[in-house]
Design a binder for this molecule. Structure first.
Ligand code: SF4
Length: 417
């Protein structure tokens, strides 16, 4: 209670509406998982969710469950069960938390939404645009449930997305259709797909607007808020309820801007967060930064759910491009230019790179990028060692020292905000 009173963080009122929407989503999934007439597809977070929704699938995202396992801190109890089944402690801790959760029959979905467990899948659909781990992760469930697994293999480290890349990816999206028809029992409907993609595109535009409001000084929203409020953009894109939610959130943030109120009282410095959140430490990190007058205004992570290409008139071309243009898919030159734009757009004073031990794919400090960005922009940065879910790989003391060193460096330089 005492912590609440001294917090410099302004709470977002729309959080209640978001929680109600997420509850609706999970309870629908729960019912669908138990209804033989309804079909559930598990999809990787940047997989072809729109295509699945166009066939009437209820879409469940194991990575979202992974994030819940991290933020509830159940991950630490569950990862060893996956390790014992042969999944290394060095691979994705979403994967090991989630498989550990399945093997241990423990999930935060039970206390949060009254679900007995995750919804049973009829189909597993991946896209390797983010990493190979997702395919191996879904492969576990393919063996476990004996249901079909299909997906899209995307090349990585792309500097420029070319027509050749897209041609192959469009063909891979189309090749999913016969399996989706067979499992759903429905024929492919192009108009239905166009309607779902159009809704997803409107959702992405609204989510982009939410994030771009953080360019204002003071910023009405922090990265830590963004990691929570991105929920509907991740799991309900293509569903008009996500659009309605973001209209509500935007209205609240615009009212803050009009009133001159920031998400962090007395915003002095503005930081950029690169890499995954440390899910089990979100609250602590938010308070730590705010306590120093720092608003973490922007991040690679939250911006990864902006899919501008979904506006393409051809939904297959739109999906293929949208799910390949992602930051995580791109080469180092693209990433440097992207970070430079973000630093300028958001008026960033310093960058925090999170080197997540079990996710090299989202850790952008390992090939000299921070050094190149710092040399180009003269911008201070720190790298913290940690992990998305496995808190054994994270040192509170070390991270605090690093964060505070960055603030101190700015103070000593007399850096104006
Ligand atoms: S990108 Fe990283 S966190 Fe996400 S599934 Fe792959 S390894 Fe795990």
């Amino acid at each position: 209670m005492a912590e609440e009173q001294v917090s410099r963080i302004k709470k977002i009122n729309a959080t209640g509406a978001m929680k109600a929407l997420m509850t609706e989503y999970f309870q629908e999934l729960d019912r669908a998982g138990q209804d033989p007439g309804a079909k559930v597809a598990w999809c990787t977070s940047v997989g072809p969710a729109e295509l699945l929704r166009s066939f009437g699938f209820y879409v469940y995202f194991p990575e979202n469950h992974g994030a819940m396992l991290g933020s509830s801190r159940l991950a630490g109890d569950l990862i060893p069960a996956a390790n014992a089944a042969g999944y290394s402690p060095d691979i994705c801790s979403y994967l090991t938390s989630d498989i550990g959760s399945y093997l241990s029959r423990r999930t935060p979905l039970t206390p949060a939404f009254g679900m007995a467990g995750v919804p049973r899948p009829d189909l597993l659909v991946f896209n390797t645009n983010q990493c190979r781990d997702v395919k191996d992760w879904f492969g576990f469930y393919e063996r476990e449930f004996g249901v079909p697994m299909v997906g899209i293999d995307t090349m990585r480290s792309i500097e420029t997305v070319t027509a050749n890349h897209l041609e192959g990816l469009i063909a891979q999206h189309r090749a999913l259709i016969p399996t989706l028809e067979a499992v759903s029992g429905r024929k492919f409907d192009l108009d239905r797909l166009k309607a779902v993609v159009a809704s997803s595109y409107r959702c992405t535009r609204l989510w982009k607007k939410v994030l771009r409001l953080a360019e204002r000084r003071p910023s009405p929203i922090t990265f830590f808020d963004g990691t929570i409020h991105m929920g509907p953009a991740v799991v309900l894109r293509g569903d008009p309820r996500a659009e309605t939610y973001y209209e509500t959130l935007i209205a609240e943030l615009e009212a803050r801007i009009a009133a001159g109120e920031g998400a962090v009282a007395g915003e002095t410095y503005r930081f950029y967060w690169d890499g995954m959140p440390v899910w089990g430490k979100l609250r602590e990190h938010a308070e730590l930064f705010a306590g120093h007058g720092v608003c973490v205004t922007a991040s690679t992570y939250c911006n990864s759910w902006i899919f501008e290409a979904l506006g393409d008139a051809d939904p297959f071309a739109g999906m293929a491009r949208a799910y390949t243009e992602l930051f995580i898919v791109r080469g180092e030159k693209y990433k440097l230019d992207y970070l430079e734009r973000m630093v300028r757009d958001y008026g960033i004073d310093g960058v925090v790179y999170h080197d997540a031990k079990t996710c090299p794919n989202n850790s952008n400090n390992r090939y000299g990028l921070p050094e190149r960005l710092a040399a180009k922009l003269g911008l201070p940065y720190v790298v913290i060692n940690g992990d998305l879910n496995d808190l054994r790989l994270y040192s509170e003391e070390q991270a605090r020292t690093q964060f505070e060193a960055l603030v101190e460096q700015l103070r000593e330089a007399g850096q104006p905000s």
